[in-house]
Design a protein around this ligand. Structure first.
Ligand SMILES: Nc1ncnc2c1ncn2[C@@H]1O[C@H](COP(=O)(O)OP(=O)(O)OP(=O)(O)O)[C@@H](O)[C@H]1O
Ligand SMILES: [Mg+2]
Length: 224
């Protein structure tokens, strides 16, 4: 369902050119739970943003369910990001003065769902990531880092995306909450056939995935 061929991303900073992604190719079948590992600065977030169409590759192709997103016009990219992708940002990117529940409702509003449907689904998702009812109405900027991370995960699931891209989704969670999130992601992949690609340093998370890749010097290799 995801097929990446010879993807390159070049950044020019001053007179220097860096290529954190320099000829990456891999593919994932629908329902695969996969992890990308790699040192800080190795280009993991950069690669994820190319797959989520948050940034454009310098060259190469990213094909999701037979659609080459590297060649889509902007209007279609917006629809792709809204309908097909759930993205969990490394820095969460919640709207600070909206409540946890309102943050999760937002992508469903863009997708045109009714207020009552949005509200009910958001509450259900927040419960699934282990946030109790009293946290649902709390403003995002008054939640702890780990709570914000869980709201960001709930928001990524809101529109039932077929591909979830998650940057360090357990990076700020204690072991017990991390386990809850890992189990949630594993079930989504194996029972609902959602394709899930996580970037992680968390061994507990990496050990639960079906496939593990490593990014170093711009190249992606698969672990045995
Ligand atoms: N917009 C940008 N412009 C210029 N350079 C960038 C940009 N985004 C990332 N880089 C550079 O690309 C390289 C890879 O960064 P990236 O954030 O993808 O690494 P990472 O593997 O996600 O690291 P971490 O584990 O610390 O999150 C770094 O050298 C970074 O400075
Ligand atoms: Mg990163």
């Amino acid at each position: 369902m995801l097929s990446v061929t010879d993807v390159v991303k070049t950044f020019n900073s001053g007179d220097r050119t860096i290529k954190p992604v320099n000829g990456v190719s891999f593919s994932l079948e629908q329902g695969t739970f996969a992890a990308i590992l790699g040192k800080s600065g190795s280009g993991k977030s950069t690669l994820l943003s190319l797959l989520g169409a948050l940034d454009k590759a310098t060259s190469g192709d990213v094909v999701v369910d037979d659609v080459n997103i590297s060649k889509l016009p902007d209007r279609k990219l917006t629809a792709y990001r809204r309908d097909d992708i759930g993205f969990v940002f490394q820095s969460y990117n919640l709207i600070p003065n909206l409540s946890a529940q309102e943050n999760v409702m937002l992508p469903m509003e863009f997708a045109g769902r009714s207020h009552s449907a949005r509200s009910a689904r958001a509450a259900e998702l927040l419960n699934q990531v282990g946030l109790t009812e009293e946290m649902h109405s709390r403003k995002a900027n008054r939640l702890s880092g780990g709570m914000q991370q869980r709201v960001a995960i709930a928001r990524a699931l809101a529109n039932n995306p077929k591909l979830i891209l998650a940057d360090e989704p357990t990076g700020n969670l204690d072991d017990e909450t991390g386990e809850l999130i890992i189990e949630l992601l594993r079930r989504l992949a194996h029972e609902k056939k959602t394709t899930i690609l996580v970037v992680t340093h968390d061994q507990a998370l990496a050990s639960q995935t079906d496939r593990k890749f490593r990014l170093a010097r711009g190249k992606l290799t698969e672990d045995d």
